[in-house]
Write a new protein. Structure first.
Length: 452
């Protein structure tokens, strides 16, 4: 063990902007913390502490597709930029504008489980992508798409129990995020990388299996004569209910086989029911009536899951529209099949679109959303849709938001965070690469140091 001395200096936690202290008049009165819209300040000289309440905010929620994040990272990351050997200054402009809007407390670009998953397929760039999307998220993250869907299903179930129509507006953006849209950002953001359950090879293999299954469906669509958008839409609307019941029954069968000794447990994690199987079990308990047989309870839950209110849940409805749109593309003779990222694109759009002010998404899905029947369906949401085909419009949208910020708000941001706060952090990924290098050096040194 090393006997190196560690000295804790609390003054380091007091940062600028600094001004004269009301008690000792020294220019050491700085910022200590910002939490729950309360800005606490402290003097580094005499420790005098005071605070001010900050006004509540209503930040706009902008979802950024992984493609946008990758293009920005290619410009900011010196390693990635050297490998691509090409440049598009547009993405630097987008980063600058987003960074300023986030720091002005006008916008958040929330991170999501989909960002985490998509970034994890290439360990060369996973760290810089994570650093980028957590920076723009400013402490705000979106829930899992399936969790949002299940929340919507429960709204539909409770509506049927109460004899009313589902009110999807009861589920607000604040219900599907962690972190507040009304909160001023902390100056110090702590993140923890929990690693992955699966190895990189296993993650890639799992993704490849999912993609192969989607390609098989694509070929089936192409071969199905007379397949219409309406027919496929109805199939897709029912799919989640059918999967939920099937996964519950398969899980129950596994438990029964283990209990009777006809099967041995090879993977303890297999005993944990999936989210849809768990939902089915909860619904069975919620809807059961005295004297019900097991089959009657399962049939009742199936009827509820296949009811119109449940199938109209926004996540289910939008996903069905998107998959039906893909099927129409296949039937129309489109040669390029869905990519490996298609399932995540469908998940992100269908889960998050109702709660976002704007989304920057894949060109293909922007085109699908713009098609007649689908466009009419999503018109109920105020969400602005952008893609690389409308990238100039996206930049105009961001610039107009900044132009609309009242001068008094800009002044309050400056007083709270400092003059240089809104300066775009273009060196963010250079710093991340330097940290990665230091971590590697530290690990190598530790491995070479013999135990005492």
């Amino acid at each position: 063990m090393s006997n190196r001395e560690f000295v804790f200096e609390p003054r380091l936690f007091i940062t600028g902007p600094f001004g004269p202290c009301p008690q000792c008049d020294q220019p050491e009165f700085g910022s200590l913390s910002i939490s729950n819209n309360f800005h606490q300040r402290r003097c580094r000289n005499c420790w005098y502490t005071a605070g001010v309440q900050l006004p509540p905010l209503q930040k706009r929620l902008i979802y950024l597709d992984q493609m946008l994040l990758s293009n920005v990272a290619k410009e900011l990351d010196p390693v990635w930029k050297a490998k691509t050997k090409r440049s598009d200054p547009y993405w630097l402009e987008v980063f600058d504008q987003l960074d300023r809007l986030v720091k002005l407390q006008i916008v958040v670009c929330p991170e999501s489980p989909i960002h985490e998953e998509e970034s994890a397929y290439d360990d060369r760039f996973e760290g810089v992508l994570r650093r980028l999307y957590t920076h723009l998220a400013s402490g705000v993250s979106l829930d899992f798409p399936m969790a949002i869907h299940i929340r919507q299903i429960w709204e539909a179930v409770h509506a049927m129990e109460e004899g009313r129509q589902p009110d999807w507006s009861r589920i607000t953006p604040s219900d599907v995020i962690d972190g507040g849209l009304e909160q001023w950002s902390e100056r110090l953001l702590l993140t923890v990388n929990m690693g992955h359950w699966l190895s990189l090879a296993d993650r890639r293999a799992s993704r490849s299996r999912g993609h192969a299954a989607l390609l098989a469906v694509w070929e089936r669509w192409k071969a199905e004569n007379g397949l219409t958008f309406e027919v496929q839409f109805e199939r897709e609307r029912r799919a989640v209910a059918e999967v939920a019941i099937d996964s519950f029954l398969r899980h129950l069968d596994l438990v029964n086989r283990l209990n009777t000794g006809t099967e041995t447990l090879s993977d303890p994690l297999s005993l944990i029911p999936g989210q849809l199987a768990a939902l089915t079990l909860q619904l069975i308990k919620e809807l059961e009536k005295p004297g019900d047989t097991f089959d009657e309870r399962v049939r009742r839950v199936a009827a509820v899951l296949l009811s119109e209110p449940v199938m109209q849940a926004p996540k289910n409805h939008l996903a069905a529209l998107l998959f039906a749109g893909l099927a129409r593309s296949a039937v129309s003779g489109k040669k390029k099949p869905p990519s490996q990222g298609t399932p995540n694109d469908v998940d992100a759009i269908s889960a998050y679109l109702p709660y976002c002010d704007a989304m920057f998404i894949d060109d293909e899905f922007a085109q699908i959303l713009g098609n007649g029947p689908i466009n009419r369906e999503i018109a109920r949401y105020p969400t602005r849709i952008f893609s690389t085909r409308t990238r100039d419009d996206f930049l105009t949208y961001l610039r107009q938001m900044e132009a609309d910020v009242p001068p008094q708000h800009v002044e309050l941001v400056t007083q709270t965070y400092g003059e240089d706060w809104v300066t775009p952090f273009r060196s963010i990924l250079e710093h991340e690469r330097e940290k990665e290098e230091r971590r590697r050096d530290s690990t190598a040194t530790a491995a070479e140091t013999p135990p005492h």
